[in-house]
Design a protein around this ligand. Sequence first.
Ligand code: ZN
Length: 492
Amino acid sequence: VTLHRDKIFLCFILIFILIIPCIKSQDYSANYKPIRDYKPDSTLIVKGESKFRDWPNHGIFSSTKVKQKFSEFAVQKAMFLHSLDSMELLMFNDSISRYLNRIKDRIASHNPELKNVDFHVLTYRTAEPNAHSMGEGYIFVNLGLLERLNTEDQIAFVLAHEMGHDLARHSIKESKRLSESYYSDTYKKIRKSGRKKFERNSALHQMINSFFANNMRYSRANEVMADSMGYRFFINAGYAPKSAIETLNILDNADQLIYTDTLRLSAYFNFEEYAFKSYWLDPSNTNQEWISDSTLFNVPDSMKSHPDCKARIKLLEEDIKSMPGNDIPNVHQFDQLKPQVSFEVVQSLMESKDYVMAMFMSLQMKSQYPANQYLKCVTAHCLFELAEAMTRNEYLEYVNFPDKDYGMAYNKFLVFLHNMSSSTLRKLFTNYMTTNLIKDKSDPYVGFLKFVSDTQSPLTSNKIEEYNHQYHDDYFFNLLQEKLKNLTRTKK
Ligand SMILES: [Zn+2]
């Protein structure tokens, strides 16, 4: 009997040994490793591209000229998908996207009319709070939207809404309408390039954003229709009716920053060797219009990324009356994934070279994860990049002036950045490194920061090889190579 008990005891110990690493991998208090392996299967992208290119072959057009425009538009759409993929902005096989696709499957399996559509939910790596149905079953959910949602039911409403757009073929209809009146050639600039990776170029990011803003918006009537269809799909799948309204309220507030606390900059940037200077917080040398405005977010509806939410809520309430469903909360896994979404938003900001917002968020997240090394690396990395930008006379391309639309916390942070010089930024960077990061010899991100900022021996291909030898990290190895390429380019 005792032997048996010992075996059971041993089993328990074994189970613990096996479980502990799993628990540890979800511990965000110490560090965070961004999701790297997430690219969609290339056939998924190629299939989508060819479906969009094929659009002009289905449909009747009022003239050959209109058909020509529509064809160009369809090509742009295919190119758009292609470039999002090439810039590694789309996630598909990672933990977040797999979760989204499980919710999508649940909705589809409860609604016979959706069963014949081949839906693919891709996570779009951007902080902008949005979701979009491209047509042909391709649905994008932005990280920035996921970060704002709180429950699986809310996510389900977003997905059901996008599935509604898709089933009603809003994308092709809207493209037809646009091609009758309007055609933009923004995307001619993006060359065909197989599936070669594009450089992480902020100009390309901006082009993609403007393409979204101009060409990817549905009319109010289509939005209302997608709400109504989506609501039905999502009720049939057993999701809670009240979360539909909650979701629209979240969208209605989506133009405000999530983080509104004023940063304790004097706590983060006060060092033994380099004390915090109070004049860094002095707003007098920036335009002060933003201070006098107490209503922080008074942008007109037409400027907002989600107009009409109030009107959509009113109409959706009618749907809820006629189809009440039941408000039993669903068991959901989103609580576990949500912290990861916030970290990935920060990472996506780094990749689009939005160093100001990335640093703002990394500092904000420090109140929840004070010891997280990834967030410290991001802060240091941003200080370094901003110092470099100032040396190149490109600071204003990265750092906006305070504005009454931004909110007090972010404006105060901008004031701080506008009181910097390249040498103060560099001093903050080196002191921040020595105080917070220099002790770690194994983290590839810390290693990257040391290599890139080493004033004793500037970056060369030999040095990059040395980095590779020491850390074996493809991501930072590529980042260093990109840096070196830019260095030699500016020297010429
Ligand atoms: Zn919509």
